[in-house]
Design a protein around this ligand. Structure first.
Ligand code: FNR
Length: 184
């Protein structure tokens, strides 16, 4: 089971990227999580799209195509998802010039998130769910990986909090079971 992990933060010391790294460690047997970075992805521009997808866009779409499911680590900015993540969703929701179906169409997506605040990105995660459904993706049921006060749980880039590690591992197990049940 190949899962593509994407962090909505470009920050070197990102709590959300750290959560993805923890997910790699805690994934159940048979689940492999590869992380795709968004640092090179240009801002969506329909004029550019009409000329053909730039290489980082093609790379993103191909990585999504090759994955059995997506694991999105969703930071929260001003009560919503980050521009970085929305930009990636916008590109991946498009057919572009070279495809018949959008990369996100029908893809199953699991959402997790971390914030130093008290609500653990719940608003951004809810928003992301709506956006993904609109883009034709299938979202996992409301998750329990809302890592609040992340600065007390993620230390030096490592998820150190035992309860959060357990919750993340459980969440990934559920994701694996549901993916297997819906596999073509
Ligand atoms: C934030 N932050 C934030 N946190 C939150 O829980 N709710 C929010 O609405 C916001 N708003 C917000 C706006 C902007 C512009 C910034 C830069 C930050 C704080 C945010 O959660 C914190 O910076 C995290 O560390 C961002 O995630 P990464 O980069 O650690 O993954």
């Amino acid at each position: 089971m190949n899962i593509l992990g994407i962090s909505g933060s470009l920050r070197q010391a990102s709590f959300n990227t750290a959560l993805l790294l923890a997910a790699q460690e805690l994934a159940p047997d048979g689940m492999n999580i590869a992380i795709h970075r968004l640092h090179d992805l240009p801002l969506f521009d329909q004029d550019v799209e009409e000329q053909g997808d730039p290489a980082p866009v093609t790379a993103l779409k191909q990585a999504i195509d090759a994955a059995d499911g997506l694991l999105l680590a969703c930071p929260e900015y001003n009560g919503g998802i980050t521009g970085v993540l929305k930009n990636a969703v916008d590109w991946a929701s498009r057919i572009g010039k070279a495809r018949k179906i959008a990369a996100l169409s029908g893809k199953t997506v699991c959402i997790i998130g971390a914030s130093p605040g008290a609500t653990g990105t719940v608003r951004a995660q809810d928003q992301l769910r709506l956006i993904l459904r609109r883009a034709g993706a299938r979202t996992e049921p409301q998750g329990d990986v809302l890592v609040f006060q992340a600065h007390t749980k993620i230390i030096d880039g490592r998820l150190a909090d035992a309860r959060t590690r357990e919750a993340l591992g459980r969440h990934l197990q559920g994701f694996a079971v549901r993916l297997a049940a819906t596999a073509p």
